[in-house]
Structure formats: C-alpha cells, structure tokens
Design a protein around this ligand. Structure first.
Ligand SMILES: [Zn+2]
Length: 266
C-alpha cells in the first residue's frame, strides 16, 4: 500500500503543478502583474533608393501594455473623427469594424510561454474607441484612397491595412521600400503585415512584432525565462471560405489599393 502511494505521488505533484484555478496556489511559480504606458516616436530620415527619394517619415506611438496574470495586452485608444458623409450610425459601425478588423489580424497569433513551467499567455491587441483619453487621432474619409496612420479611407481600407496602421500606433516601422523603414540602407523588409503584406486578405504576422511584449514580461518577471511562440495559422477551411467571399467583394478594391500602394506610403 505504501509503495503504491509512493509511486503515485510524483504524478500527483506534476498534475498539481500544471493545474490552474483552485490549485494555482499550489504552484510555486507566480508572476508579477502590472501595466505601463509607452509614448514615443518612430522616425525615418529621407532616403534615396534606386533613384527615388522617400520621406522623411515620423509617427507617434502611444499605448498601454498590461499583464493581468492571464494575457499580455497592448491597449490603444483611437479617436476617430469623420467627414460629413457619415451618419452617427455609420460612424459607430466604422468604429466597430475597425476594432474587430484590426484585432482579428493581431490576436490569436502568438503567446508568450514560460520555458520552465510551460505556462502560456496570449498576446493581444485591444483597440478601443471610447476614450476618454486617446492615444491617436484618426480622420476617416468616406472616399477611397491610400490610408496612413492619420487618415483612413473608409471606401478602401481593409482589415489588413487597419492592423498595419495600428502596428505603427504600437511603435512598429514599415517593412517595404517607400515606407518609414528603420535603418536604411539596411532596413528590415518583409512580405508580412508591416511590409508588402498589409493588403493581403490574411497578412502574415511575425514573431518580432511581439518583441515588446516579451521585453515587458521579462521586465516584470526577471526570474523567468520567456519565449514568443507563434500559433498555427488560422483554420484553412475558415480562410478558404472567407477567401471566396473576400475575392468576390474586394477584388476591385484591392487592385485600386495596389495601384495606390506604389504611389506612396501607408
Ligand atoms: Zn505603414
């Protein structure tokens, strides 16, 4: 009898270590929670690439990052103002679409995992439009055009472009020639969300976009070893379904946006 208990004991201990909720107190690894507001500016001096001069570019970033013990969130308050063509109902619909559009691209893509305990924390972007204190002012034009961090064109802006601009709000540089890149002549370029992929129906989101979350968590919990782990890409079935719908509705807008893309920055 005693021998059998001894054999079961290690398994019981391991089980307790992996449980959350009521057994969490039994876990010897705890985490410091906290929040921090980050405000600053990303700047790109003018540069000439293949005979064309771009910039200079500058953008303010401002957001609050929060770790509540369950997830790591970067919360950004966007203050939308609209041209005269929007009714109050349409303004509210646009705010909702911007929130869900940008969050849909950013969220459920990555977690931070404690490499010792294997405990994982989702990395999230929380777009809010309610204030009362705002991080960014964005003017919404009802027409079509090339959106940037300060002006969005409701007639052509896509969820990917919204998520790209929110990326700037969070302090990320552009990753394509013609945009506000970092470290030209050795910029970081990509075909992902901050690069040429902003107009994709399902832009790739890269691990390095979450580096700030990792720095924040490591600063809060210096005794822990964390790493960013990317989630598998969203369900293929779901994507192919939305892809069909997307192609039907957005084909024209996309080609319009591609043309504008070669003309300026977003
Ligand atoms: Zn951009």
């Amino acid at each position: 009898m005693q021998r059998r208990m001894a054999r079961w004991l290690p398994a019981a201990v391991i089980l307790a270590l992996n449980l959350n909720g009521p057994f969490a107190l039994a876990v010897p690894f705890s985490y410091n929670t906290g929040s921090q507001m980050l405000v600053g500016q990303i700047e790109t001096p003018a540069y000439t690439d293949q005979g064309v001069t771009y910039g200079p570019f500058g953008a303010n970033y401002s957001f609050t990052q929060i770790f509540d013990g369950a997830s790591v969130v970067r919360q950004v308050q966007l203050n939308f103002t609209f041209d005269q063509n929007f009714t109050t109902t349409q303004q509210q619909a646009f705010r909702s679409a911007a929130e869900s559009g940008a969050e849909g691209i950013w969220n459920n893509r990555a977690v931070i995992t404690d490499t010792t305990t294997q405990k994982s924390f989702p990395l999230l972007v929380d777009v809010r439009t309610t204030g009362p204190v705002f991080d960014h002012n964005i003017f919404v034009n009802s027409g079509t055009g090339r959106s940037n961090a300060d002006v969005w064109y409701a007639g052509s802006v896509t969820a990917g472009v919204m998520a790209h601009e929110v990326g700037h709000n969070l302090g990320l540089y552009d990753e394509y020639i013609g945009g506000g890149v970092d470290r030209y002549p050795n910029p970081t370029l990509s075909t992902a969300l901050m690069g040429t992929g902003a107009n994709d129906e399902n832009p790739q989101v890269l691990s390095r976009y979450y580096q700030g979350y990792l720095d924040f968590m490591t600063g809060l919990n210096p005794g822990h070893q964390f790493s960013i782990v990317m989630a598998p890409e969203p369900s293929t079935l779901l994507m192919s379904l939305s892809g069909v719908i997307g192609i039907l509705f957005f084909r024209r807008q996309r080609s319009l946006l591609s043309r504008e893309r070669s003309a300026g920055r977003n």
